[in-house]
Design a protein around this ligand. Structure first.
Ligand code: IMP
Length: 425
């Protein structure tokens, strides 16, 4: 059974936890897009692990974890992440972690260019994670990026990096930002890469071998569908295809290899960075922040919070071909008396059931809400779907109806045991 797990909102849906849960029956866990802009928090046996680039399967013994060709890889960031996990007792061997030789490399200069671009945009800025993701993907599409395979040939890498650095320095100088020394940058990247080198391989071949052998492959999506470069709230998006199609182009496993697509969403909506968010709600934001919830794993930023937006979820389910929903953070709403679900947008007096493409229309989109009663009880101790309060089940049923997709998992807390299975796909 090959499964794609994808976020249906603006990232941070709790995909890491669902992936971690599904990893038990997976042989291979693969990432196909994004970079260390992602941040998964997984709590296992009372220990908290934060993952950025590494697939969640890394926390298990005996699983193969793959960083696929569609990922943009920051060697310095990845080594820091590996060392942190090793410090927590997680062994990361070449058998356990495979890195595609086709990944594009995120260079220190990409991070600086990311910051420069944001500064230049002023109040139109995207609110990126400043991890260099956009500039690295831009170089890929522009065909002047450097790939992991290029790092294997040190003198070629140094030569190409010198060219790329000279170009970047011109841009940075325009913004009065510090410029880069190509040699020093090459030394830093190559020093980090020495730790990664034993992991580099043709992951397309390894993944096909696993597929043919009948292994269970889990595709771990990063970010969410609304941050997808094609289907998201452009231009307030990330620079990769975060939806299910990206799992194929980013790994080399074809659409015919996929058996199911699980869409993960929170029981409410959150967003970091700038951009449209029609169902944002200050009261709900304050309530969740007071509970200590909704602070970003990567940047520590407080996330904006709002009501469940079924317009966006419907769109997400369509473009992903979602076969089942995983609804997380249900416990976040435990003590809220009346809940709202956005079921449509009113834009200039016309009802919309799907999100608009016109970026200005978002400013005029007023949510059309349905109100439903809360459950006013603690769900964190529930271990079976049937244990959930009737109103919780009613809320979930309504969500499933609005998205025309069955609920497959429900999350009532951060621990592995707090993931309830509703139906198996
Ligand atoms: P970038 O991916 O750093 O270029 O940022 C582009 C947009 O995606 C910004 O709004 C970021 O806040 C958002 N973003 C990127 N990665 C994540 C994530 O893992 N969770 C939530 N938002 C993200």
């Amino acid at each position: 059974m090959n499964t794609i797990v994808t976020g249906l909102q603006w990232g941070d849906e709790g995909k890491g936890k669902i992936v971690d849960y599904l990893t038990e029956s997976a042989d291979v866990v693969v990432r196909g897009q994004g970079g260390n802009n992602a941040g998964h928090t997984v709590i296992a046996k009372g220990t908290k692990y934060v993952l950025h680039l590494l697939p969640s399967g890394i926390l298990w013994d005996g699983k193969t974890n793959v960083i696929g060709n569609g990922v943009v890889l920051d060697p310095i960031g990845l080594v820091a992440e590996i060392e942190r996990l090793e410090g927590q007792g997680i062994a990361i061997t070449p058998e356990k972690l495979l890195i595609s030789d086709r990944c594009h490399v995120v260079l220190p200069l990409h991070k600086e260019l990311d910051a420069a671009r944001e500064a230049a945009l002023g109040d139109r800025k995207i609110g990126t994670t400043k991890r260099g993701i956009g500039p690295a993907y831009a170089d890929k599409i522009n065909r002047n990026g450097l790939r992991v395979a290029d790092l294997l040939d040190e003198s070629y890498f140094r030569e190409m990096l010198a060219h790329r650095t000279a170009e970047a320095n011109e841009v940075l100088a325009r913004f009065d930002l510090p410029t880069f020394d190509a040699e020093q940058q090459a030394d830093e990247v190559l020093a980090a890469f020495a730790r990664l080198r034993p992991h580099v391989t043709n992951t397309i071949a390894s993944l096909h071998k696993s597929w043919k052998a009948g292994d269970n492959i889990l595709f771990e999506g990063a970010q969410g569908s609304l941050l997808d470069i094609d289907y998201g709230t452009f231009p307030f998006v990330t620079s990769s295809n975060t939806t299910a199609g990206g799992a194929c182009t980013g790994t080399g496993l074809p659409p015919t290899s996929i058996d199911q697509v699980i869409g993960v969403c929170k029981a409410y909506t959150t967003r970091v960075g700038a951009g449209p968010f029609p169902s944002a709600d200050e009261g709900l934001s304050d309530y969740l922040h007071d509970l200590g919830r909704e602070f970003g794993a990567t940047t520590g930023r407080a996330r904006g919070c709002g009501w469940l937006d079924a317009v966006l979820l419907r769109h997400g389910c369509m473009v992903n071909g979602t076969t089942g929903l995983a609804v997380t953070n249900v416990d976040g709403l435990d003590q809220y008396e009346t809940l709202k679900i956005c079921v449509g947008y009113d834009i200039d007096g016309t009802r919309h059931d799907l999100p608009p493409a016109d970026r200005h229309a978002w400013d005029r989109a007023t949510p059309i809400y349905e109100e439903v009663p809360g459950w006013m009880s603690d769900t964190t101790g529930c271990t079976h779907y049937d244990d959930l309060p009737e109103n919780t089940k009613g809320y979930l049923r309504r969500l499933s109806e609005l998205c025309d997709t069955p609920i497959q998992f429900v999350g009532v807390g951060p621990d592995r045991v707090q993931t309830l299975v509703v139906a198996t796909g």
